[in-house]
Ligand binder design. Structure first.
Ligand SMILES: [Fe+2]
Length: 259
């Protein structure tokens, strides 16, 4: 089996708060008895795409566990590449495939420069099809920032993934794809997409309510809850299991001893 941690919507903004929350999460992950095989950051690494924000992110996310990150709508592709990843700056979509244990993790860049909503470009979809053609007969986990489904989130549903049909066709047609993970919603959530699990990782920075709790335009973001993450397991039967975990900023409190 492989264990993949998902950290999302970290929104590094040059303030101490969001950085401290990611540092706490990274301490939690690196201190686990069974450490993750990889850590995936599903977009909105920074709040406004500034180079200095990526400098902070790079420092806070540094670990000996592989960290793979993909841009969200708050990111800047050029700074993301050059400062966070140490690659030549470019505004092209940042799509990636990584081997994690016996599985393949494919990260798709759904960001559209200057827009809050997401879209997979024709080039990205072509890249995805070619990457899957070349991938081994092993489980595939797909990650992107924008959820390709309605989440009953009045804020995010207005700016989710546009035209998800082509992605749905690819997912439905490939048995190796065990599930799709996204960020963007700032709320841990689970649904389905093209017949597979669609899992939305929470933000480490804040919680965004659903239509049953938001009173637009007020009370949009809730900054009170502790940071949260998702832990994804792909087992020998190619089954995806996900746990959502809150990481207390105050450290561990009373644990009931087992009898
Ligand atoms: Fe976000």
């Amino acid at each position: 089996m492989i264990l993949v941690a998902q950290v999302s919507d970290t929104h590094f903004d040059l303030g101490a708060r969001n950085t401290a929350r990611v540092e706490r999460v990274m301490n939690f992950l690196t201190g686990l008895r069974r450490r993750p095989d990889a850590i995936l950051v599903t977009g909105d690494v920074t709040d406004s795409g500034k180079a200095e924000q990526y400098t902070d992110a790079r420092a806070a996310l540094r670990t000996d566990i592989p960290v793979y990150a993909v841009p969200g709508n708050h990111d800047d592709r050029a700074n993301f590449r050059s400062v966070l990843l140490g690659l030549p700056a470019s505004d092209e979509p940042l799509n990636q495939a990584h081997r994690v244990g016996d599985s393949t993790v494919v990260l798709l860049d759904s960001s559209v420069p200057g827009q809050a909503a997401g879209r997979l470009s024709d080039d990205t979809l072509d890249w995805l099809r070619a990457t899957l053609d070349a991938a081994p007969d092993a489980p595939v986990l797909l990650g992107l920032h924008h959820p390709p489904a309605h989440l009953f989130s009045p804020v995010v549903d207005e700016i989710s993934l546009l035209d998800p049909g082509a992605l749905a066709e690819v997912v439905a047609g490939d048995d190796r794809i065990v599930g799709v993970i996204t960020g963007h919603a700032h709320s841990p959530a689970a649904t389905t997409f093209a017949g597979r699990p669609l899992l939305i990782g929470p933000s480490t920075a804040s919680i965004l309510g659903g239509e049953w709790e938001l009173e637009l335009p007020h009370r949009v973001m809730d900054y009170a809850p502790d940071p949260a993450i998702a832990l994804h397991i792909i087992d020998e039967k190619r089954r995806l299991t996900t746990h959502f975990r809150t990481v207390p900023m105050g450290g561990r409190v009373a644990v009931q001893p087992s009898r």
